[in-house]
Design a protein around this ligand. Structure first.
Ligand code: SAM
Ligand code: TMP
Ligand code: ZN
Length: 416
């Protein structure tokens, strides 16, 4: 059954949080896994899934209609390395220091991180001699964290593994996760795990891309397999309430194109910051939970696709060279949704060794090392890593000075 106002052809599914009806508002078509970079000689079929987003009519949570089995995404060769950006390294080091001086000052404090990746945050906690544990199911990056002295369990955080840690290590003063909670469709189990592990006065702090920024910037490339949920203060408040926790603080963050940091605690244990009511009121004013807002977003996405393709075809017709910058997971959404192949974007430059020499998922754009960029400047560079724009444009000033131009597509298609 298609609910009135739904995107044509999308099913209505059950909300992963509250079982309410989730109606699709944007269909991006069939997509490969966003981080499945292929060896050029590999010729097996790629795994595809339907990439479509909907909203729950009951709890307002925006979520994918179809989830990908977690082991397909997070495994030994998961290629994303959190330490790849200097700005993100500073972001996590700063937060670790802040937590060490605020939440982790009691006798023998304990911090647990979900999705610690290569240990970008926990290295600082380890260096301070504070008890910690990272959950990181992707073996390759977990091994890098361990090589820096970080204590890691190569496991998925969920109720059973969290309970095992509670029994072995005792309660956690802080449970922290960046760009991970929105990756976990099975949030019911994760939150039962948080409930079991969190100390009475502890806090569960997590940060993820903010739906408010995604809509404001038409950042449709934030939508991909790993990003299952698209949170707002309102949907997280409802989620916290269902899980026997309370949303006590929210903080907007400039990283990754606009995120929110949520702080949850056991009910009544912490004062609720006025920032929560302020943001809820702002979300109400902006109509973030209104289906009409989401349909407007879908229309904007179609326009961005049209404009980007028109520009790329135009540049090709004029004989200009175009390469991509940053083989982000986001770029898999852009290239596959827009149908961008090597005739429009010759290759993508990226600093991640695990992506270099491979082909991008689905679109099969070759990935070259970042050094290839300066070896042969293209006329135009399509900035797939737009969330790192300042860092990248600062270090690639010579490109611009040599007459090169950046193509941005967020918040709209334009040249810089
Ligand atoms: N926190 C890092 C950051 O912000 O850069 C890494 C984010 S990365 C996008 C998501 C990470 O979560 C991956 O390293 C993945 O292996 C890990 N992950 C996936 N499911 C998990 C789970 N159930 N428990 C803990 N980590 C998980
Ligand atoms: P992210 O947007 O998910 O953080 O991914 C960023 C990608 O861009 C990652 O593959 C690393 C790459 N990258 C560069 O190639 N050069 C850079 O300067 C930065 C910051 C990232
Ligand atoms: Zn719901």
């Amino acid at each position: 059954m298609i609910t009135p106002g739904a995107a044509a052809g999308l099913p209505t599914v059950h909300c992963r949080i509250c079982q309410g009806p989730v109606t699709g508002f944007l269909d991006l078509g069939h997509h490969p896994l966003s981080d499945a970079f292929r060896h050029p000689e590999e010729n097996g079929e790629e795994f595809y899934y339907r990439l479509a987003v909907g909203q729950c009519a009951d709890c307002t949570m925006v979520q994918l209609l179809e989830s990908v089995p977690r082991e397909r995404m997070f495994h030994e060769s998961y290629p994303y390395h959190s330490s790849g950006s200097a700005v993100m390294r500073a972001h996590f080091t700063g937060l670790a220091r802040h937590l060490l001086s605020t939440e982790l000052t009691g006798p023998d404090p304990f911090l647990v991180e979900l999705g610690c990746n290569d240990g970008v945050l926990l290295r600082t906690v380890h260096a301070a001699g504070v008890r910690h544990l990272g959950f990181e199911p992707s073996g390759g990056v977990a091994a890098i964290a361990a090589s820096h002295g970080v204590r890691v369990r190569t496991e998925f955080f969920e109720e059973a593994t969290a309970t095992a840690v509670r029994e072995a290590d005792g309660p956690a003063d802080v449970i922290y996760a960046a760009n991970t909670v929105c990756h976990l469709p099975y949030l019911d189990s994760v939150l039962r795990g948080v409930h079991a592990l969190l100390a009475e006065h502890g806090v569960f702090v997590f940060e993820d891309p903010y739906l408010g920024d995604i809509l404001a910037k038409t950042a449709f490339d934030q939508i991909y397999d790993e990003h299952f949920y698209y949170f707002t203060a309102r949907s997280v408040q409802a989620l916290a309430h269902r899980s026997g926790l309370e949303l006590v603080d929210v903080q907007r963050l400039p990283v990754h194109g606009g995120e929110l940091r949520y702080t949850l605690a056991r009910p009544g244990r912490r004062p609720v910051s006025p920032a929560v009511a302020d943001l809820l009121a702002e979300e109400q004013r902006r109509g973030l939970a209104e289906p009409a807002t989401l349909h407007r977003f879908a229309a904007n996405v179609a326009r961005t696709k049209e404009n980007l393709l028109a520009l790329l075809h135009d540049l090709r017709a004029q004989g200009h060279t175009v390469v991509g910058y940053g083989a982000t997971a986001k770029s898999a959404t852009v290239t596959n949704f827009c149908g961008i192949s090597t005739d429009l974007v010759a290759y993508i430059c990226d600093t991640t060794p695990a992506k270099q020499g491979r082909l991008s998922p689905g679109a099969h754009l070759p990935v070259r090392p970042a050094s290839a960029f300066a070896e042969y400047y293209p006329d135009y560079a399509l900035l797939f890593a737009w969330n790192h724009a300042e860092e990248i444009m600062a270090k690639e000033q010579d490109f611009h000075a040599a007459g090169g131009r950046w193509i941005h597509y967020v918040p709209e298609v334009r040249l810089r």
